[in-house]
Design a protein. Structure first.
Length: 259
């Protein structure tokens, strides 16, 4: 447990479910005060109640990452409730599937606006407050899909996840003067509500292709995010941590089977 997260004010976008909720659980377990953000307030409140019941200080806020005024209201809510802002987990994201030939320009824009522009807007709204923290941290949820691997039907998604890393590598230089670090976690296949929607066959074959032979848990990603947000990671910026059970490493099915 990192003592440096105790009492810190943390925002997790996309915190009502999946990876974001797992991140919130880990941060709350370290004694942080967490604001869960999602469009659906009821879901966010239910998640906050669930996490508070296990001992954390967790609240909910409704906001859409595609709208700057929502992101500014979110940042203000964290400051008002917690007396400041130390950590932003820019995690909200969507992954609808469509191959290039069927993908509409509107679907492309929707994914880019949520995953990539939403990351920019959340960070833009939070920087004025993170500047005042002695431990300003931004942790972006990217993916292995895009930066290092590919999957048919996810060209738009993959472009956003690679784009987040390009954004990060300049943002970390711009924000270093405020002592704010910007890093990213790159999850493999993590068991979330969103992933469950892809179906049993997807989940079964995916688990079989992972050297550690299981999908990741949301807390697996939460622990990596908590490390990047901790004081122990103060000298790490513009970097990534892949959390994928070794998924990207086997060169072939034979490489996996012969181990
Ligand atoms: P999930 O279970 O579908 O949860 C998505 C969360 O994002 C929900 O809280 C949702 O709440 C929120 N959200 C969606 N659009 C939003 C918007 N416009 N504004 C604010 N909140 C929004 O997804 P997940 O699997 O946990 O994925 C979370 C992140 O991890 C994404 O960035 C995804 O790309 C990344 N990731 C996931 C995996 C995986 O295997 N699951 C792997 C690699 C990367 P509302 O719908 O109420 O807004």
């Amino acid at each position: 447990m990192s003592a440096s997260l105790k009492g810190k004010s943390v925002i997790v976008t996309g915190g009502s479910k999946g990876i974001g909720k797992g991140m919130a659980r880990v941060f709350a377990g370290h004694g942080a005060r967490v604001l869960l953000v999602a469009r659906n307030l009821k879901d966010a409140e239910a998640a906050a109640q669930d996490l508070s019941a296990s001992g954390g200080t967790v609240g909910a806020f409704a906001a859409d990452v595609t709208t700057l005024s929502d992101m500014e209201a979110m940042a203000k809510a964290a400051v008002d409730r917690h007396g400041g802002l130390d950590v932003l987990c820019a995690n909200a994201g969507i992954f609808p599937q469509a191959k290039i030939e069927e993908m509409s320009p509107e679907s492309w824009d929707h994914v880019i606006n949520t995953n990539l522009k939403g990351t920019f807007l959340a960070i833009k709204a939070c920087v004025p407050h993170l500047k005042h923290s002695s431990q300003g941290r931004i942790v972006i949820t990217s993916s292995i899909t895009g930066p290092v691997s590919g999957y048919p039907g996810w060209t738009h998604y993959a472009a956003t996840k690679a784009g987040q890393l390009g954004f990060m590598r300049t943002a970390c230089i711009e924000l270093a003067k405020y002592g704010i670090t910007v890093n990213a976690v790159m999850p493999g296949n993590i068991m979330t509500e969103g992933l469950q929607g892809l179906g049993e066959e997807y989940l079964r074959t995916m688990a079989a292709s992972i050297p550690l032979k299981r999908l990741g848990s949301v807390e697996d990603i939460g622990h990596a995010a908590a490390f990047l947000a901790s004081n122990e990671a103060a000298y790490i910026t513009g970097q990534t941590i892949i959390v994928d059970g070794g998924q990207i490493l086997p060169e072939s099915l034979e490489a996996l089977a012969s181990a």
